[in-house]
Design a protein around this ligand. Structure first.
Ligand code: NDP
Length: 449
């Protein structure tokens, strides 16, 4: 016990000194490290092999300049990143984020989380993440295309279907993946479908990939509730965001009988007491690329409120944060609890602060952490890679059935691991430990590298 605590303390201290200027990475890594003490007690060989020291250090970091010309003819410069974090169980895999808040620390936090999430899927994929501080909002299609072309001109040197396979994340959807894939194909002079996932259906994409993160989140939530004898039917549900994850979480929650009453974007939130009409949201967000405030023009009973975080002050049975990191702090978590929330499932990566998680667990709220609950997206990306390798496509129903089974297994694995380590009902620890062990064992087998 003492040796394990000492190891974790030393690694955490080193991390604080080296990564103090990367608060999100520090936050994500500290949470995992704290979970690992009982694992090191059981496996002293991990200490001998320096597994914990090694796992928090990315295998490779690539940072590059992206230069492009805007519609007014002005030269613009952005920063591009790819963090290839861990390849012990498979090629690096993780999305690209285009958002003005992107910096190396954010990409490191996302890449680190991805190691354990990918391991939990049961599929052979390592952890990585990338992106840029480019803001696609308000840019023309031509500007987005020129940016993507320049971004891929450099990234193409570092990725490949057996090396590193990027996908989408915030600000990177079907349009961006199309431009990125086209450029990769042109530069490499090869149709390597398996180099990117989230592709369009006409050129190697998988059915159900677009829906997968949101659907998977709701499958996970349903599984967690069912385990306690609770049904989603009739549950008031609040979902933050109105992007890829939020839209398809709404769709599946509605299909399972939940009543989704609120969604948001980075300006504000809408509340529709009759239940959100998803077709209107899809029209505004997927087709017009507009703001969520426009929803109230179509539905007179709905309200729009400025300030998106206000969404977490609504009374709700189920909360699905699907926008961004640290959206629920301790105060909002306490508000959710005071308002009688029953279950929380994280669609976004790290949307709850450490204080918020402490409050959920103290109050025995059912809680599905991101690594486990939002793993459906990357799992289906791995299914897209399988189909690309086979040069064959499964039907929507086939992919959806595989996704459902994967989410069920992730829940079981996290929950059984929590029981095994005497932290019953703590899926944060259960998921961290289950994800870690597979990677640690593989690192051990592959020697000190
Ligand atoms: P999208 O870009 O499609 O949508 C993001 C949504 O969240 C938008 O409504 C956006 O509002 C809002 N949002 C983003 N950043 C902020 C911010 N800083 N403050 C307030 N609102 C914000 O992204 P996704 O739906 O793909 O991703 C959402 C979350 O899910 C992220 O945490 C991502 O890492 C995670 N995730 C995504 C997966 C995927 O398959 N796409 C897989 C697993 C996790 P606005 O449009 O106004 O900016």
């Amino acid at each position: 016990m003492e040796r394990s605590v000492e190891t974790i303390n030393q690694v955490t201290e080193k991390l604080r000194m080296k990564s103090g200027n990367e608060p999100e990475f520090l936050q994500a890594a500290s949470e995992v490290l704290e979970s690992l003490i009982p694992v090191l007690d059981k496996h002293p060989e991990y200490i001998e092999a320096g597994i914990v020291d090694r796992i928090i250090e990315p295998e490779r970091i690539i940072q590059f300049r992206v230069t492009w010309v805007d519609d007014a003819g002005k030269v613009r410069v952005n920063r591009g990143f790819r963090v290839q974090f861990n390849s012990a169980i498979g090629p690096y895999k993780g999305g690209l984020r285009f958002h003005p808040s992107v910096n190396l620390g954010i990409i490191k936090f996302l890449g680190f989380e991805q190691i354990f999430k990918n391991s939990l899927t049961g599929l052979p994929i390592g952890g990585g993440k990338g992106g840029s501080d480019f803001d696609p909002k308000g840019k023309s299609d031509g500007e987005v295309m020129r940016f993507c072309q320049n971004f891929m001109t450099e990234l193409s040197r570092h990725i490949g279907p057996d090396l590193d396979i990027p996908a989408g994340d915030i600000g990177v959807g079907g349009r961006e993946i199309g431009f990125l894939f086209g450029t990769y194909k042109k530069i490499k002079n090869i149709f390597d479908a398996g180099v990117l996932t989230g592709k369009g259906l006409l050129y190697g994409g998988s059915l159900a990939r677009k829906e997968a993160t949101g659907f998977g989140l709701v499958y996970f939530m349903d599984e967690m509730l069912k385990d306690k004898g609770i049904s989603m039917e009739g549950k008031i549900t609040t979902i933050s965001g109105s992007g890829n994850v939020a839209i398809y979480a709404t769709q599946k929650a509605q299909e399972l009988g939940a009543k989704v009453v609120a969604l948001c974007d980075s300006n504000g939130y809408i509340y529709d007491p009759d239940g959100v009409k998803l077709q209107t949201i899809k029209q505004i967000k997927e087709i017009e690329r507009g703001r969520i405030s426009e929803y109230v023009k179509y539905h007179s009973k709905a309200e729009y409120h400025e300030g998106w975080r206000g969404i977490w002050t609504l009374k709700t049975d189920i909360a699905l944060p699907c926008a961004t990191e640290n959206e629920i702090d301790g105060t909002l978590a306490q508000t959710l609890v005071n308002n009688g929330v029953l279950a929380i499932g994280e669609g976004a990566n790290m949307p709850s602060s450490p204080e918020a998680i402490e409050i959920y667990l103290k109050n025995k709220i059912l809680f599905g952490p991101a690594k486990a609950a939002n793993a459906g997206g990357v799992a289906t990306s791995a299914l897209e890679m399988s189909q690309n390798s086979m040069r064959y496509s499964w039907t929507f129903e086939e992919v959806d059935a595989k996704l459902k089974l994967i989410m069920k297994n992730i829940y079981k694995n996290a929950s059984n691991t929590a029981k095994e380590y005497n932290v019953e009902d703590n899926l944060v620890k259960g998921a961290n430990i289950a994800g870690f062990i597979k990677v640690a064992e593989s690192m051990l087998a592959q020697g000190i590298i």
